[in-house]
Design a binder for this molecule. Structure first.
Ligand SMILES: *Cc1c(COP(=O)(O)O)cnc(C)c1O
Length: 386
């Protein structure tokens, strides 16, 4: 056997043995919340389409119209010929929603973080980030060549300790965190981090992939705190979750956005988004800006669920049920599928070893009855409370 194939087989065998192998399964979407999988119709509590905008008639219509007008691809980098006129409309809309001067749209959230961070900091600079920050924040941080230090999850004192010790030895400092943690559903203490960043002349970046559209009336985690809007000079996020389509963004001041558009490698060296994708995001953002009650609904559903199970109140549309082992979590996923629910197991390395979990997400379209039914099945078959 070729050494390459042997290498792959051995790796796979090891992953199989530890219940860590992942497999792609066809997911045939029936509508906003129903999915057919393995020939069975399941009610999904695993999609990030919190407002069901991926299926919204107006969003679909604007994508179709853009295909008719501009075709299916953008055909080059935005800096060459890929910058069709919808981009500037979308960026204006995004900046408005986030209360920023300007915005830059990227091909995806992953491309945003791996483009933004190395464009702003490098060798001789410092990055202080939450240990549970999303994989693509870590990827961007490592690619930058800056010194990278992690603080314990949501521990502002630990972040302060690191900045006090290290800040003076570095030219610039970036303080980075998820606004809403993607696998835990909790919020970062954004106001305290903003104060800390200001005290140390560090640049605060929040990744609001799971905040836009669902927190702060749809404007994201910067608007979710009673004390008012903290200063977050770098508001990053994605168009792939509540916005329902695909793409990433950064909202910031005009000079920062100008710099990103000329220096971020994932803008320069990657093809622009298809026009239909930009058109869909633009319509979705208009719906988000116009319908704060729709935006509030996913968290209301999540809270209904946590209250029914006697868990701490959900802070976002994401509720984790940490079961520990990968085997137990896969068994729980199967038990829920047998009951008609799609809730996928999340295992290492997406979450730390020993903290495998069911990650349950709620959308505006879930009925109260189905939220209650899921909670009751989980109580009986996963938590075994009967
Ligand atoms: C999903 C996610 C991303 C990546 O966004 P994509 O648009 O899917 O590439 C980045 N950060 C966080 C916190 C996420 O949950």
């Amino acid at each position: 056997m070729q050494s390459l194939d042997l290498f792959a087989r051995n790796k796979l065998a090891d992953l199989d043995q530890r219940s860590l192998r992942r497999r792609l399964v066809d997911q045939d979407r029936q509508d906003a919340i129903w999915i057919e999988r393995d020939g069975r119709r399941l009610l999904s509590f695993s999609c990030n389409d919190y407002l069901n905008l991926s299926q919204h008639p107006l969003v679909k219509a604007s994508a179709i119209a853009a295909v008719e007008r501009w075709g299916v691809g953008s055909c080059s980098s935005r800096l060459v010929t890929g910058n069709h006129p919808l981009y500037s409309q979308l960026e204006t809309r995004l900046a408005e929603l986030k209360g920023a001067e300007a915005a830059c749209v990227f091909g995806a959230g992953y491309l945003a973080n791996t483009g933004i961070i190395p464009a702003l900091v490098g060798k001789g600079d410092l990055i202080v980030l939450d240990e549970l920050a999303h994989a693509c924040i870590w990827a961007g941080a490592r690619m930058s060549g800056a010194t990278v230090l992690a603080f314990r999850h949501n521990d502002v004192e630990h972040a302060a300790e690191l900045l006090t010790r290290e800040r003076a030895r570095h030219r610039h400092a970036l303080l980075a965190t998820d606004g809403v943690f993607s696998m835990d559903g909790d919020l970062a203490p954004v106001p305290a981090l903003a104060a800390l960043a200001q005290a140390h002349d560090a640049w605060l970046m929040t990744d609001d992939a799971h905040g836009i559209g669902v927190l702060g009336g749809g404007r994201g985690s910067s608007y979710a705190f009673a004390a008012g809007k903290p200063s977050v000079p770098l508001q990053m996020g994605t168009l792939s979750k509540a916005v329902g389509g695909y793409g990433g963004y950064l909202c910031a001041s005009a000079p920062v956005i100008d710099l990103i558009k000329t220096r971020a490698r994932t803008v320069i060296y990657s093809t622009g988004l298809p026009p239909a994708t930009v058109a869909a995001a633009l319509t979705a953002l208009e719906i988000i800006a116009a319908e704060p009650e729709l935006c509030a609904r996913p968290v209301i559903k999540a809270r209904r669920f946590t209250r029914r199970l006697g868990l701490p109140d959900a802070e976002s549309p994401i509720v984790p049920l940490i079961l520990g082992s990968a085997e137990d979590t896969l068994a729980a996923q199967q038990a829920l599928a047998d009951a008609g629910f799609l809730v996928t197991a999340i295992r290492a390395p997406t979450v730390p070893e020993g903290t495998a979990r069911l990650r349950i997400t709620f959308t505006a379209a879930h009925s109260d009855e189905s939220v209650d039914a899921l909670a009751d099945v989980i109580a009986a078959r996963v938590l075994k409370r009967d």
